[in-house]
Ligand binder design. Structure first.
Ligand SMILES: [Zn+2]
Length: 151
């Protein structure tokens, strides 16, 4: 598979795009057939494209940045105004992934990772394909079909 050179970004810029694509994917994966998500903290409902991908363990360089169990749809109020509404987020996770997995996520709080440009570009490419597949399953058109990654 050839990677084409769509992005002329530094490592941080590419990491931000990969994180944004992953968050979008997680919101679409968790959306119902109408494209609506429930907030992982307050159970408010809203369209996946108006929600955020809230990180339970937050931080741009954390080892669990791309861990699905760490990223769930979250309403903007909980994600920003309530600073993640973590107490309610944790209660949600107990039901979703269980206490043992939560403790593992929390143990990753101080573990960082630095991914290479190639790794990040491959993540963007993979996430864009998965986003298109997930959108298709909701009856929505592809978003990234003709785009490829430049690095
Ligand atoms: Zn909320």
């Amino acid at each position: 598979m050839a990677l084409d050179l769509r992005f002329d970004l530094n490592l941080k810029g590419l990491a931000n795009i990969a994180a944004a694509r992953f968050q979008l994917l997680r919101r679409i994966e968790e959306a119902d057939i109408n494209g609506d998500c429930s907030c992982c903290s307050c159970v408010a409902k809203g369209p996946f494209d108006r929600f955020h991908g809230g990180h339970f363990v937050a931080g741009r360089s954390i080892a669990v940045l791309f861990e699905p169990d760490n990223v769930w749809p979250q309403c903007p109020d909980c994600n920003i105004a309530r600073h993640g509404n973590i107490k309610m987020y944790r209660a949600f996770l107990v039901d979703k992934i269980g206490e043992k997995r939560i403790v593992w996520l929390e143990s990753q709080r101080h573990k960082n990772q630095t991914l290479s440009r190639v790794c990040l570009a491959l993540k963007v490419e993979d996430y864009e394909k998965l986003i298109d597949q997930a959108l298709k399953s909701l009856g929505l058109g592809p978003k990234f079909q003709d785009e490829t990654i430049m690095f």
